[in-house]
Unconditional design. Sequence first.
Length: 209
Amino acid sequence: MEHNNLVLIAGGTASGKTFIAKKVAENIARTGKEVSFLSIDNYYKPLSEFGGLDNNDVNWDHPDTILWTELKSDIAKLKDGQTITRNVYNFNISDYTDEVVEIKPSEYIILEGLFALYDEDIVGMAEAKFFVQADSDVRLIRRIRRDESDRYSEFNIQPFIDRWEASIKPMHDKYIAPQQHRASIVFKNNIKDNEGDSDAINMITNLLV
């Protein structure tokens, strides 16, 4: 078995990239092939690395918040056939928990996240590159629903809107949207009552296997 099929799936916040990436991984597994799933969400810097800043004062949508050295090292290990372990990141405390996930090398390694197509070294290691695009209003609605129901134990709409205007949208325009030019294929995913277009999921799967 070869360990060189790195698949990158990037996109803006709440574009549906995580949902689509997981469904693609499930589809690949159903074909009998082995697949590993890696999320950039588990490579954020802990809050302690920001010099005493409060969680709300950190611009979490900037690429400098990612532990790039660790991420690239783990990708290289997976491609070299090594198993990696990773503590799970908790967004409520902006730090790593004691929960550990084990990720085994496989024929397909799917990396998804805001910055999956940002780093040139990672892009250079990839065999397939996708960008999930969704309109800003669709992403805003999805993000509010997700943060309120799944991600944070306490969610206040006004501070979130302030952060959307001050950092989330500007960082998307500056760092995330331009990544689509590195993608082999860009998918539009504007389905409002679902996070993933089944046609896009099936198309990505068929292109890979």
